[in-house]
Design a protein around this ligand. Structure first.
Ligand code: GRG
Length: 286
């Protein structure tokens, strides 16, 4: 928690300055999504994101002997990409709640939320390019590669919703792309902006990738057993939308009655016909 607060202290002013450059209507949506403003643009104290990825950038820069300040543009860029992906993810999944509040699309409309996400992505590369750091172009390239990974992970995630035969390796490949690559890119960018050597940078990227995989699996577990007041999502929303998260994939591959019962829920076409939450709770308890 202390590291996150320390990181926010460095990153928030630069993140807000970047958002301030957006046209008013997009700035409004972005500020709402970040938890800075209410739907009318009035300042509030809402629960924003954990800002874990930007903290990783700064911590990595310090770990390789540089300063947090040197890596702030990279931290802002990663946080922008992450929030871009969340804005789009909420539209794709038709999720009503994010960070304990109505999602941006449900307040401002689908088109506006998509465009706000697009604006964050273009800001991210702009912030890196304007950093004045000689490694900026390498930073843009590696962040773009991470975005490709995110897109790949997301398309796998969507395809898996239609299948009940996903195995653990496929599930992990999807999680590595959807979540691992951006944490890997955060560590790699911190090392790059911290002027680390090539080998050290690669090791830190690999560390970030593994951390991201672990983080996604914890998120998967909390998606079933976590309290919704802590996760900020409705209970069992992942199960209702047929997401093939790690515990679900284990159950489906377990050849137990619980696994078969879960798989049978996937023969229905619509998420609304997924198992009722009470049944699902019993199922996961088993
Ligand atoms: C084109 C880059 C791009 C995105 C579109 C929507 C999408 C493709 C990818 C989705 C990626 C995604 C939403 C992955 C989930 C990763 C995850 C566990 C997010 C939650 O991270 P936290 O808990 O979020 O760090 P906070 O709220 O703390 O910021």
């Amino acid at each position: 928690r202390e590291a996150l607060a320390w990181s926010r202290h460095h990153v928030d002013p630069a993140l807000r300055a970047a958002i301030d450059t957006l046209p008013e209507d997009l700035r409004h949506i972005a500020g709402y999504h970040f938890g800075w403003w209410d739907e009318h643009g009035r300042p509030i104290e809402a629960t924003g994101g954990k800002t874990m990825r930007s903290a990783l950038v700064l911590l990595t820069a310090e770990a390789v002997g540089s300063t947090a300040q040197a890596a702030v543009p990279a931290a802002v860029a990663v946080e922008l990409v992450h929030n871009f992906s969340l804005l789009h993810d909420d539209v794709i999944d038709a999720d009503a709640t994010r960070r304990h509040r109505p999602t941006a699309w449900s307040v401002f409309g689908v088109s506006a939320a998509i465009l706000a996400g697009d604006a964050l992505l273009s800001l991210a590369t702009g912030v890196l390019a304007d950093s004045g750091n000689p490694v900026a172009l390498r930073g843009v390239r590696l962040l773009n590669t991470a975005v490709q990974g995110l897109i790949q992970g997301q398309i796998m995630d969507l395809a898996f919703e239609q299948r009940s035969d996903v195995d653990v390796a496929e599930c992990q490949r999807m999680a590595r792309n959807k979540t691992g690559v951006l944490l890997g890119a955060a560590c790699e960018l911190g090392a790059l902006f911290g002027d680390a050597g090539g080998e050290q940078t690669e090791h830190l990227r690999d560390f970030g990738n593994e951390l991201g995989l672990a983080f996604q699996h914890v998120d998967d577990l909390l998606g079933i057993w976590g309290e919704s007041e802590h996760t900020g999502k409705p209970a069992y929303s992942d199960l209702r939308s047929h997401k093939k998260t790690l515990p679900v994939v284990f159950a489906l591959n377990s050849d137990t009655s619980a696994g078969r019962e879960l798989a049978s829920g996937y023969h229905h076409d619509t998420p609304d016909s997924a198992p009722e939450p009470t049944n699902t709770a019993e199922l996961v308890d088993r």
